[in-house]
Design a protein around this ligand. Structure first.
Ligand code: ADP
Ligand code: MG
Length: 290
């Protein structure tokens, strides 16, 4: 039988838009030391707009956008959606890719208009010894843009600077969690420059950038090894192992099915401030029980 207080708290939770999938984890939420947020789609809306296209060779900006959009029309990544949307707005004729393949945490590749095309992160370039020096791109990155590169036959032909929006509610959530004495951190596959800009805007205690999908859970494990109790909040497929590794895994309701199925708690309203409700309600349940 389910004790009365627990049943009541579940009903209150549901009213507040919290779906509790694992009761033990929910009860652990009153004793947390660290909250780790994923960046894209969790602290930010995860809706990217293209703020600039920079040619690094002979191709026009429209050519770069068209080829990138052709490839990305098959990708499910939020960056891809932003690129396709920008090409549509400019009414460019976008042809879908052949041999499409995602490069997890780094980009995508395929054949577009008979060309071998990749759209990749700065980290991918670094790993493959491809050097790009461009002042305009550097400036855009320093301003906090997420930069991806278009490669044709592995030669950098262009850069696309993308801007995401930090959720209004994220700043408030971080501020209040810190006031409650918690350490608030961020994990992201995005570059250091973008992470630094978001971390500064939100007043985060710490952040980890350039984290590959399979490394997210390792970061959580490291925090737990220090004897700290940690909640992970995320939305993506790539967050699922980290959600499973954390003492409390929390998924944003607008996130992927995989994240929600793995999480202990789902925030139905996709509002990071609801993490505070989780902690408060967990504490209230406890004080009523003892
Ligand atoms: P996050 O942890 O911020 O949700 P991901 O692990 O999904 O990020 O992606 C990390 C980085 O990999 C992105 O910032 C981007 O540079 C690159 N990337 C991943 N998929 C794509 C794609 N389809 N097109 C372009 N870049 C991509
Ligand atoms: Mg995400």
């Amino acid at each position: 039988a389910v004790p009365l207080v627990v049943a009541v708290s579940t009903a209150i939770a549901a009213k507040k838009g919290l779906l509790i999938r694992d009761r033990t984890a929910f009860e652990a939420a009153r004793n947390l030391d660290v909250i780790v947020f994923d960046k894209t789609g969790t602290l930010t809306e995860g809706r990217f707009g293209v703020s600039a296209v920079v040619s690094l060779g002979d191709r026009s900006e429209d050519d770069i956008l068209r080829l990138a959009a052709g490839l990305e029309s098959r990708s499910e990544h939020s960056i891809a959606a932003g690129i396709v949307e920008a090409a549509k707005k400019k009414e460019l004729h976008v042809a879908g890719p052949e041999n499409f393949k995602a490069i997890p945490g780094k980009g995508a590749e395929g054949t577009v208009e008979d060309l071998a095309v990749k759209v990749v992160s700065p980290g991918y370039l670094k790993d493959n010894g491809i050097d790009v020096q461009n002042q305009r791109v550097n400036e855009l990155a320093e301003k906090g843009n997420t930069v991806v590169y278009l490669l044709v036959d592995d030669r950098p032909e262009g850069a696309l600077a993308m801007e995401d929006i930090v959720r209004q509610s994220s700043k408030d959530a971080v501020h209040r969690l810190k006031e409650m004495g918690l350490q608030v951190m961020m994990l992201t596959g995005d570059s250091r420059a973008v992470a630094e800009s978001v971390a500064g805007e939100l007043g985060l205690d710490d952040y980890f950038a350039d984290v590959l999908p399979d490394q997210k859970s390792t970061r959580i494990k490291e925090i737990r090894k220090k004897g700290l109790r940690v909640a992970m909040v995320g939305d993506g497929i790539n967050d699922a192992p980290a959600l499973a590794e954390a003492d409390v895994g929390i998924a944003i309701g607008a996130g992927t099915d995989v994240a929600m199925e793995t999480a202990d708690i789902v925030l139905v309203r996709s509002d990071p401030r609801d993490v505070i409700h989780v902690i408060e309600l967990s504490g209230a349940t406890h004080s009523k029980t003892v």
